[in-house]
Design a protein around this ligand. Structure first.
Ligand code: MG
Length: 274
């Protein structure tokens, strides 16, 4: 008779998107205005104490998911993004020889359930559903072969982008990095095969983007290695990996969902700013 561990391994190996026997989903949440990390298991959140990236301990306290407010799943010191990383998004543009990087700001990050606030002078605000890398260990000059050792896990992100400003401005400062332009969550998942996850974006329930991460031009290890040549990545830093296919403008009232297989659904509502 097979042991439980062996059975778990057999189940894991039979599911192509799962690398290890265990997928763990970490969340950050607030309860009675106190913030904490936790492990999400179905509808239960098991509270953690200590640094998420340095052996946190379970406190023994549990909460019903319905009783807490989920926050962005980490607090990055740097928010980096790769552009033009799916052939389906390139249009007439040639594929680049190396990852095209830009920056967003930590203040652009919001969690699931938060509003995406349209600045009053925004005229062409688009969603971009993406797989997002979460760094787990300080990384500088790491090779592609060792890069996964520095990745804590992945989450879902919406690289909200104002296309008119992308075209008109000197840099993508306000087009990509305005407040609330970086929804992230709902959880950080560990133990997934990052090279084959379905990324899907829905607006008001209608599927707008749907593609697997096997189509990334530059995959997760390549991106982490490349970025670490130039900047020191710290635990909790995030890297948006690029969006597939095409995007369209959002309007106030739209509910935008980005779902990454194994991670969950990131859901945000667009509101008009003042
Ligand atoms: Mg993007």
């Amino acid at each position: 008779m097979k042991s439980v561990a062996t059975l778990a391994l057999v189940v894991a190996l039979s599911a192509p998107n799962v690398l290890s026997a265990q997928v763990t989903r970490y969340v950050r949440f607030s309860h009675q205005s106190r913030a904490a990390y936790g492990i999400l298991e179905a509808e239960t959140v098991r509270e953690l104490e200590g640094d998420l990236f340095a052996s946190p301990r379970q406190t023994g306290r549990t909460f019903r998911l319905a009783d807490v407010r989920l926050l962005a799943p980490c607090e990055p010191s740097k928010v980096i993004a790769v552009g033009l990383n799916y052939r389906s998004h390139l249009g007439d543009r040639p594929a680049a020889a190396y990852p095209g990087l830009f920056a967003k700001y930590p203040t652009s990050i919001v969690g699931t359930g938060a509003d995406i606030v349209m600045p009053p002078d925004a005229t062409d605000l688009h969603y971009e559903g993406e797989l997002v890398i979460v760094i787990g260990r300080k990384a500088k000059n790491v090779s592609p072969e060792e890069a996964l050792l520095y990745v804590f896990g992945v989450t879902a992100g919406n690289d909200v982008s104002e296309r008119a400003w992308q075209r008109s401005d000197l840099q993508w400062f306000r087009a990509k990095a305005s407040d609330t332009f970086g929804p992230l969550g709902p959880a950080i998942a560990t133990g997934l095969n990052y090279d084959d996850l379905l990324v899907q974006t829905r607006v008001n329930g209608e599927v707008r983007q749907s593609e697997r991460t096997r189509d990334l031009i530059f995959n997760v290890p390549t991106i982490v290695s490349y970025v670490s040549k130039y900047v020191t990545l710290m635990p909790g830093d995030v890297i948006f990996t690029g969006t597939p296919q095409t995007t369209r403008a959002m309007k106030a009232g739209d509910v935008v969902e980005v779902e990454v297989e194994g991670v969950g659904v990131l859901r945000n509502t667009v509101v008009a700013g003042r």
